[in-house]
Write a protein that binds this ligand. Structure first.
Ligand code: NAP
Length: 446
């Protein structure tokens, strides 16, 4: 429920951003948490920080023309939303997916602002992407698209302005092509302008694994706060992309067993535990479909209809995409005795699902806290680029683990301080909002 004092502000956001449903959903979730903050800090309302925080600083939309392998001209639409730079240069990934539109990019940029604040690092929030579908495209087509995209984007970014990274459809290959074009146009080897780079040309070790590992570390902290651990737990992880694969890897290292994962065509169950060698070969090298996993592994079964959340588990990690875990799925998970839900993806649970977890007292970690390990490690990459240094895997993983523990503890303590112990949604929103809005007040009306 949105506090009475905030209803006018929300009505204004709705009026200005009609039909941007994901963005409105994300704003509603944050505004529903911050009533108690304004009661304690009335100066934040006087400075209109809520109204200002809901309006991006800058929104860029551009044409991306490119030629496919047949010589046919293709046109896509590119976006970059620099949402809030009160805490540092805007930072957030690029998504290449046919569903990308301004509302999706704004929702992601808004969430990113609070997530980045939660890391405690000097980074603001932004996001970008294009409605380009990389599926089935050749390497050359991907390169031409990335070059055309960067030919416009380069003038809007910079290590002190805005630092993009990867997201859905944008991995190390795409970051390579984007960085190459940036370097060519600007004649500057400005490593800190993009993160998620290859580890032999300025990228940080652990960045590839960071979001998935970080979500597993967060799950471990949630269970530890209840004198429990992932050891021996049955887990389900949706998706089979970057976040999902490395969440599965870390859960297995911490003693849990992941018995199901998915892609957009269906899910596989494997009661013996997902075989990571097979999954990595299939998804990271062959770029194949998850159904092929069941053809290779005899203990596995592929299911093309129904929901991955029908698979009984003690810990659930939605790591695929927004609104993939519905109220119906939440009821099934609760009926099957789920003990904790940890969002590896951005906003994968619908508001109804979150409400069900909250009312039932099931520990639920929102993505802006649980998947912040990726951007935190990107900030570590920026630190290494600035000092021309590169850290070892174990040192960087140790830093990531400490950051995730700190984010967990901060959210946990804020939830208790604001009268809702164990409510990580409230804890994350309150902490993120306070950090960003207090910096905005300090910087004056800009
Ligand atoms: P990715 O590597 O492109 O993987 C996305 C995965 O989700 C793919 O397996 C995809 O399957 C699957 N998927 C997409 N739509 C689906 C649907 N409707 N049902 C089931 N599966 C679906 O992307 P990613 O980097 O892992 O990102 C996943 C999520 O984490 C996104 O919400 C992203 O914003 C968030 N996130 C990512 C990072 C990061 O560092 N990468 C950091 C923070 C948050 P198909 O291949 O069939 O499409």
């Amino acid at each position: 429920m949105i506090d009475e004092k905030l209803t006018n502000a929300f009505a204004d956001v709705v009026r200005r951003n009609q039909s941007e449903n994901e963005f409105l959903q994300a704003v509603r979730e944050v505004l529903s948490s911050i009533g108690p903050v304004l009661a304690k800090h009335p100066e934040l309302a006087e400075h209109k920080t809520i109204e200002r925080i809901c309006e991006p600083e800058r929104q860029i939309i551009f044409r991306v023309p490119w030629a496919d392998d047949q010589g046919e001209i293709q046109i896509n639409r590119g976006f970059r939303v620099q949402f809030n730079s009160a805490l540092g240069p805007t930072k957030g990934g690029l998504r290449f997916h046919p569903s990308v539109n301004l509302g999706i990019v704004k929702f992601l940029g808004f969430e990113q602002t609070f997530k980045n604040a939660l890391t405690g690092m000097p980074i603001g929030g932004g996001k970008g992407g294009a409605d380009f579908d990389p599926k089935g495209r050749s390497d050359d087509e991907i390169m031409r698209f990335c070059q055309s995209f960067m030919t416009e984007l380069y003038r809007h970014i910079g290590e002190y302005t805005d630092v993009p990274a990867g997201d859905i459809g944008v991995g190390a290959r795409e970051i390579g092509y984007l960085f190459g074009q940036y370097k060519r146009i600007t004649n500057r080897y400005e490593s800190g302008v993009l993160t998620g780079k290859g580890t032999n040309w300025g990228g940080a070790l652990v960045r590839t694994e960071a979001t998935g590992y970080g979500s597993a570390f967060f799950a471990e902290s949630m269970l530890e706060a209840r004198n429990d651990s992932l050891d021996g737990k049955t887990c389900v992880v949706s998706g089979s992309g970057n976040v999902a694969i490395f969440a599965i890897e870390k859960i297995h290292q911490l003693g849990g067993t992941v018995v199901a994962c998915s892609d957009s065509a269906g899910y596989v169950t494997d009661p013996k535990g997902i075989d990571l060698d097979v999954l990595k070969e299939l998804k990271l090298r062959q770029r194949g479909r998850i159904s092929a996993y069941a053809e290779e592994v005899t203990s596995a079964r592929f299911v093309s209809d129904g929901s991955i959340w029908d698979v009984p588990c003690q810990v659930a990690l939605p790591c695929a995409t927004q609104n993939e875990l519905t109220g119906h799925d939440a009821r099934t998970l609760l009926d099957n005795g789920v003990m904790a839900v940890v969002e590896g993806a951005n906003m994968p649970s619908t508001p109804e699902a979150i409400e069900l977890f909250t009312v039932s007292g099931t520990p639920f970690a929102p993505g802006k806290a649980a998947n912040a390990g990726g951007v935190a490690t990107s900030a570590l990459e920026m630190q290494q680029n600035a000092s021309r240094d590169s850290w070892s895997f174990s040192h960087t993983e140790q830093r990531l683990s400490e950051i995730m523990t700190r984010i967990h503890d901060t959210c946990f303590e804020a939830a208790a301080a604001y009268g809702s112990p164990g409510n990580y949604v409230l804890g994350a929103n309150v902490t993120g909002f306070l950090r960003v809005s207090q910096a905005m007040v300090a910087l004056g009306l800009i």
